[in-house]
Design a protein around this ligand. Structure first.
Ligand code: ADP
Ligand code: MG
Length: 251
């Protein structure tokens, strides 16, 4: 018998009336959004609008208060087995690179595959090296994070996330801590990943990237989704006054 609550095929992320408060501060209000397999969503909005909280809810770094979140049909709850499963499927890259400073890039990349996926060391290392090559830093494997540029560190962080073989990647302002000359090397890697069919949600204000890569742009303000549209109409003919004001500020 089929599960009546299971989502239609191809739904990777399903958010239904998701709300979250920190104390009496309502940070997410009734967020509903479905992301399909292979879809790229760019999430933008003013600082404090709830973007980071929203994507952290998707891998349960932050538990939501009400509503439903399903990742590949699995509803997020405190059930630990499911959480482990979700965290394997969903890779995350943050603004700060969050690499362990006392471990080499290779060790950073093999840590989770060794301990969580229980890969044999040789296999984990081969995988890590192939993914470091894919983000164009094959020669940095034996260095420590502090010896790499910001752009290289962020690409290492992407490779580390990919080592878990995720089916969804979440990016939270991955280029906003970078010197300007390093932004494009990170965006290029994300664009390559997008072209390979990865399902992605990217919080970014890099509007060139949004135009090239996004299937849909989601604009959030004050914990609400205010507008969702493909990039062309979003940028050239935004409907909502708050979207227009935001675009005037960033473009
Ligand atoms: P954005 O990523 O869009 O800038 P955030 O999701 O980081 O927004 O934050 C939304 C609001 O929630 C902000 O006002 C922030 O101060 C608050 N907030 C975020 N995380 C916490 C937390 N762990 N505890 C209390 N307040 C938080
Ligand atoms: Mg944020």
């Amino acid at each position: 018998m089929s599960d009546p609550t299971s989502p239609p095929k191809g739904e990777m992320i399903h958010l239904e009336n998701v709300s979250k408060a920190f104390g009496d501060h309502q940070v997410l209000r009734d967020i509903s959004l479905v992301v399909h397999q292979g879809e790229k969503v760019v999430l933008c909005g003013p600082s404090g609008s709830g973007k980071s909280t929203l994507i952290r809810c998707i891998n349960r770094l932050v538990p939501h208060d009400s509503g439903r979140i399903l990742v590949e049909g699995v509803e997020l709850s405190d059930n630990v087995k499911r959480l482990e499963l979700i965290r394997r499927e969903v890779g995350m890259v943050f603004q700060g690179f969050n690499l362990f400073p006392h471990m080499t890039i290779l060790e950073n990349c093999t840590l989770a595959p060794l301990w969580l996926r229980k890969l044999p060391r040789a296999e984990a290392e081969a995988l890590a090296l192939s993914l470091l090559a894919r983000v164009h830093i094959p020669d940095q494997a034996h260095k420590y994070p502090g010896q790499l540029s910001g752009g290289q560190q962020q690409r290492a962080a992407i490779a580390r996330a990919l080592c878990m073989r995720p089916r969804i990647m979440l990016f939270d302002e991955p280029t906003s801590a970078l010197d300007p000359e390093m932004v494009s090397e990170v965006l290029d890697v994300m664009e390559e990943l997008a072209a390979e069919g990865m399902t992605m949600i990217c919080v970014t204000h890099e509007m060139g990237f949004a135009r090239r890569v996004a299937d849909r742009v989601v604009f959030m303000d004050k914990g609400e989704i205010v507008e969702i549209a493909p990039p062309e109409p979003f940028f050239t003919a935004p409907q909502n006054e708050r979207t227009k004001q935001f675009l005037r500020q960033i473009l």
